[in-house]
Ligand binder design. Structure first.
Ligand code: SF4
Length: 214
């Protein structure tokens, strides 16, 4: 039987984060996540959704008209059939980004996909879920993202950065948790420590706030 996935929404918007920030993209948001980060802004994707065949998802992406496709969640890797979807999107010529919590293995992900892998900080409440075995599976095109809530989170991320030589693997993103950590504080800490990371904001929140579908 052809693969199918539970989908919360497929929509057209600007990419709010990562190296492709600001570009129009089609987002495929999969339903469900085994984590419960304190700052989660997509809790509406934990439950519900609709089952869709991969062929139907590809058709919706084609109708979206964007070259860039972001597969996100929830946690996309919680559904096994996301792997053939990713491969078929690549085969169809799309530039594909996968946003994942870092708690599930990325071993089966098509190497053409740009993986954006979170490392969950202590203040997220889900630090114990980090699957460190994922780090050797990253390619130079991938990105590691830290969402930081406090100075303690920042210090933890800085230690991980050094301990795991992360900057030698791929690009590193530091992002303040919305409403918890001031952008300027994080900027000044990064500069003071000369960290080889990219500071990022969530562009979509600046434009649309917490409105779903953006
Ligand atoms: S991993 Fe992402 S979707 Fe899941 S609870 Fe954390 S922030 Fe929300």
């Amino acid at each position: 039987m052809e693969g199918r996935l539970r989908i919360t929404e497929i929509f057209h918007s600007l990419q709010g984060e990562t190296r492709s920030v600001g570009r129009p993209a089609t987002f495929v948001r999969l339903t469900g996540c085994p984590l419960r980060c304190h700052y989660c802004d997509t809790a509406y994707a934990f439950y519900g959704g609709e089952w869709q065949q991969i062929a139907g998802i590809l058709e919706a992406v084609r109708a979206g008209g964007n070259r860039l496709v972001v597969v996100t969640g929830g946690e996309p890797l919680a559904q096994a059939d996301v792997l053939p979807l990713l491969t078929q999107l690549c085969d169809a010529g799309y530039e594909v980004f996968l946003e994942t919590s870092g708690a599930l293995s990325v071993a089966g992900v098509d190497t053409r996909v740009v993986k954006v892998l979170d490392l969950k900080s202590p203040d997220s409440g889900e630090c114990e879920r980090n699957l460190w075995e994922n780090l050797p599976l990253l390619n130079p095109q991938d990105q590691i993202k830290f969402v930081l809530c406090s100075r303690a989170d920042y210090d933890w991320a800085k230690d991980v950065l050094v301990r795991e030589a992360l900057a030698e693997r791929c690009e590193i993103l530091f992002s303040p948790s919305h409403g918890a950590l001031a952008l300027r504080d994080l900027a000044e800490w990064i500069l003071a420590d000369h960290l080889p990371v990219r500071l990022q904001i969530q562009l979509h929140k600046l434009i649309w706030g917490d409105l779903p579908g953006h």
